[in-house]
Write a protein that binds this ligand. Structure first.
Ligand SMILES: Nc1nc2c(ncn2[C@@H]2O[C@H](COP(=O)(O)OP(=O)(O)OP(=O)(O)O)[C@@H](O)[C@H]2O)c(=O)[nH]1
Ligand SMILES: [Mg+2]
Length: 435
């Protein structure tokens, strides 16, 4: 009714001044269109994000929270929209969030975690940085059982000053034996003492300790290599093997944290399909660190999981793939078949992979660790050892014995169950903490 009335009122003007009437109508429509565009832009600032160019090697997700996480984080962007009215911002610095290309290399923190979980993962990684500085103290604490057992037993022998003789050397041999260094290595160390210590002078525990430390460092350094270094373009594939309970899955979690701290993107592969709990355990690590886990059903073919993990890593440009394997296999033949198949499948999909095969050994098992290295060496091409649980044993000497006997480098050592309790092995540091 109202519209009709307005039209009735306007009719005489329309007939008297048709051109002016048309111009007024067009002006009114243009004003309405302009007003609606202006209001839409003003009321939806969240659509625009100014990208700060991240440092090349540092994925932004690891160093700063996503800008859309908190209300305060939106402030700069609101200002940005206002400033935009006056100043043209170069187009390449501005992208609508919705248009982020899906094939961008993922850090899975971005991909799978809620903002709260993301904050947790970031805090975990920051903690690693913070704890890095105190690593030597923690390594010493971890190896304290081994060190105290060695020192208290050996220094007891030197309660009174004496000259070196075969009886004393025999007692030193016995004490070292209790630290699981292995007989042939102890023979070597004692022989060095025999030839290096002066026969005619009284010697102290300090003299003996210095020679044992120097000789141990020499043994460890001959095969020493620093922790695995991923190439500049990935994926770098690490296969982790070992008998059940030695700490494979935990070491994989700790390795993931180690590589994340180096700003590498990581993918975990649940290749231990033998037990459902093993898959879940790896997923817990994945959630904790914000790392994606590729898994199949329990009982499925581990080689198929490995294949999927490599394919996913290739398409997502992941830097490091860590493959967990089963420790509970029926017999050596079964173990050999399974590991061979995983190796074959990986190598076919990614020539040169796996780039590292780490055998995890548990230092608390002492002499049994020697047997494990021997058995796995016959099955796979081991490139390095990860020695775990050095915090819970007086048998840390096993590391020296194994390196001496098998000439396989120790790559990492674990002195606890937390993500920061793993470190690249360094002979000098290790020996200094042991003696
Ligand atoms: N104290 C200590 N405990 C560790 C360390 N590494 C692993 N563990 C513990 O050892 C136990 C076994 O570790 P897992 O990682 O499950 O061992 P696994 O080799 O994967 O075992 P399976 O999957 O059964 O073959 C867990 O309770 C870990 O928390 C370490 O360096 N120090
Ligand atoms: Mg496991």
């Amino acid at each position: 009714m109202n519209e009709l009335n307005i039209l009735e009122i306007l009719r005489p003007y329309k007939e008297a001044y048709p051109l002016a009437f048309l111009a007024a109508t067009l002006t009114l429509i243009a004003s309405l269109v302009f007003l609606s565009f202006y209001l839409r832009k003003k009321l939806s600032p969240k659509k625009y994000v100014k990208l700060k160019a991240p440092p090349q090697e540092v994925p932004a997700a690891l160093t700063q929270p996503s800008p859309v996480e908190t209300p305060s984080a939106l402030e700069p962007f609101k200002k940005e929209v206002e400033r935009e009215e006056k100043l043209k911002v170069p187009a390449e610095l501005k992208v609508p969030i919705e248009e982020t290309p899906s094939e961008t290399p993922i850090t899975s923190i971005e991909e799978i975690l809620s903002p709260e979980e993301k904050q947790g993962a970031l805090a975990d990684i920051e903690q690693i940085y913070a704890e890095e500085a105190s690593w030597l103290t923690r390594l010493k604490a971890g190896l304290s059982k081994t060190r105290l057992s060695l020192q208290s037993n050996l220094s007891e022998l030197f309660s009174k000053k004496q000259n070196i003789d075969e009886n004393l050397l025999e007692s030193i041999h016995e004490t070292l034996y209790r630290s699981d260094l292995g007989v042939s290595t102890i023979d070597k160390l004692v022989d060095r003492l025999r030839h290096s210590l002066p026969k005619t002078q009284e010697i102290s525990w300090e003299d003996v300790k210095n020679i044992l430390a120097a000789e141990s460092e020499k043994i460890l350094s001959t095969t020493q290599s620093i922790g695995a270094t991923p190439p500049s373009s990935g994926p770098f594939v690490i296969l982790v093997v070992g008998v059940n309970g030695v700490g494979k899955t935990t070491t994989i979690g700790k390795l993931a944290a180690h590589f994340l701290a180096q700003k590498k993107s990581v993918l975990l592969c649940a290749g231990d399909t033998y037990r459902a709990a093993a898959i879940d355990q790896l997923k817990v690590w994945g959630d904790r660190l914000g790392v994606k886990v590729i898994s199949h059903q329990p009982g499925s073919d581990p080689a198929a999981v490995a294949f999927d993990a490599i394919s996913a890593a290739k398409s997502r440009q992941i830097d490091v793939v860590l493959i967990d394997t089963a420790g509970r296999l029926h017999n050596k033949q079964h173990l050999m078949d399974e590991l061979n198949k995983i190796n074959r499948v990986i190598a076919k999909d990614l020539p040169g992979a796996p780039h590292e095969t780490f055998l995890v050994i548990d230092a608390t098992t002492g002499q049994n660790a020697f047997m494990q290295v021997k058995a796995f060496k016959e099955v796979v091409n081991l490139s390095g050892l990860c020695v775990t649980k050095l915090d819970g044993t007086a048998k840390g000497g096993v590391v020296i014995g194994i390196v001496d006997q098998f000439k396989i480098p120790v790559k990492y050592i674990g002195v606890g169950e937390k993500s920061a309790d793993l470190h690249s092995f360094e002979a000098k540091e290790f020996v200094a903490s042991l003696f």
